[in-house]
Design a protein around this ligand. Structure first.
Ligand SMILES: [Zn+2]
Length: 423
């Protein structure tokens, strides 16, 4: 690291002492055994639950019947549904515990129903420390540069001091909700001149930048890792990103309500950060997520809308963190056929397996028996391929498929690219 980079890091540590104090603690839990980690998780759960029952108006009621004489079993605790969070947000919160910068945060409207919840600076600092631990998995060192491609307009704070903050943080963020060849050229030029070691952003945006790099036949300075976040990462996107940037893609899983839930390792397994989060999968394969560190807005068994299952066994990477497999979806994107069958988004993704030249796609159920497939294509779709797609959708889902080539697919309000929209 250069002298200038070292000075910036020193300045940044002084500006953000909390996250740099957290980081060594987080790194230390990575060295625990799986059993020690489970015991730590249980201790943290019990502490949180007792605190919430004593201090939060909502949990006082929801946990009133809890008998914790012999310890607390997570399976016996009530589930926190999104509807409850919407209706009782301020009762869930422990206002007395809120720290500096307490404010409402909003999730994007990808479900059509925006959600808000309380955060404070402490939560942000813990989140950033958790992210730094994640960057370590690719070999990133504190002070090394990170370039973000962010798709949600609401997250980009402007105003005085932004440039200075970015400068000492060795981090830059470009707004990537609307872009064409000119922006892609500018971003690639930025990668070449500013030389970040980590790129981070929405899978669909990273894939577009990667395709641009390949189309132009450009060579880039070496990167340590690309962190894909907020959206589902498809195999085709992973492939183009890894080949264009010459490094591994690390798929991140988290949400605004509960960040840093899981991260993919070198062996492509998704590990849950079980020192921060207790993740369960209920019998319907819904994820229930408990944040073990958030005391101002306790999320206990929160059904966050994602689904998947726990993956037993140990990973060759040696991490003590348990593994999960995610379904390729957000719950709102499960499509129901006229016959009442539930079709998971992965069905649609695999429908396009082997179809060449697809840059982006979106299946949109426009009526109970009609689906529109929007395609951004490199070359016109072969009629035989189109016929095969229509036949499969008719035979397997009983629905009429209309294929519509488009120039671009608009992003949702959250900036995320949705690939299956149910009616
Ligand atoms: Zn692993």
């Amino acid at each position: 690291m250069s002298g200038a980079a070292r000075i910036k890091l020193w300045l940044h540590r002084r500006r953000r002492p909390a996250r740099y104090a957290w980081l060594p603690q987080l790194l230390a839990t990575e060295r625990l055994s799986a059993e020690q980690l489970m015991a730590l998780r249980q201790r943290r759960l019990e502490r949180l639950v007792r605190f919430a029952r004593a201090e939060s108006a909502y949990y006082r009621e929801a946990l009133a019947a809890l008998d914790d004489g012999d310890g607390i079993e997570i399976e016996r605790l009530p589930v926190l549904e999104k509807a409850t969070l919407r209706a009782r947000r301020d009762e869930i919160r422990v206002a007395a515990r809120a720290g500096v910068g307490a404010r409402l945060a909003h999730t994007g409207g990808s479900t059509g129903k925006p959600l808000s919840f309380w955060i404070d600076d402490d939560k942000i600092e813990r989140m950033r420390a958790g992210m730094m631990r994640g960057y370590r998995w690719c070999g990133w060192e504190p002070g090394e540069k990170i370039l973000n491609f962010w798709g949600a307009q609401q997250d980009l704070k402007r105003g005085p001091g932004r440039r200075w903050r970015d400068f000492i943080a060795a981090e830059r963020t470009v707004g990537a909700w609307e872009f064409g060849a000119r922006e892609l050229d500018a971003w690639v030029a930025l990668i070449r001149s500013w030389r970040p070691v980590v790129l981070q952003g929405y899978a669909s945006v990273l894939a577009e930048v990667a395709r641009h790099v390949r189309r132009r036949g450009l060579r880039l300075p070496p990167l340590k890792g690309v962190y894909s976040t907020a959206e589902v990462l498809h195999d085709a996107q992973r492939e183009v990103i890894e080949s264009a940037f010459g490094c591994q893609v690390f798929n991140q899983y988290g949400s605004r309500e509960v960040p840093n839930i899981a991260l993919e390792c070198r062996h492509h397994n998704l590990h849950v950060f079980s020192d921060l989060v207790w993740l369960e999968s209920d019998p319907a394969r819904r994820f229930l997520v408990t944040s073990l560190s958030d005391y101002q807005m306790p999320f206990i068994r929160y059904a966050n809308g994602d689904s998947g299952r726990l993956k037993p066994g140990a990973c060759p990477c040696g991490s003590p963190f348990p593994m999960i497999e995610m379904e390729l979806c957000r719950a709102n994107d499960i499509l129901i056929t006229p016959g009442g069958r539930r079709v998971y988004p992965s069905w649609f993704v695999h429908l396009l397996d082997g179809v060449a030249g697809v840059r982006q796609f979106q299946f949109h159920q426009q009526a109970a028996d009609a689906i529109c497939l929007r395609l951004v294509l490199d070359a016109p779709l072969d009629e035989a391929v189109a016929r095969r797609l229509r036949q499969r959708v008719a035979a397997e889902l009983g629905q009429h498929l209309r294929i519509e080539p488009v120039e671009r697919i608009p992003r949702g309000a959250s900036g995320k690219h949705r690939f299956v929209i149910a009616s």
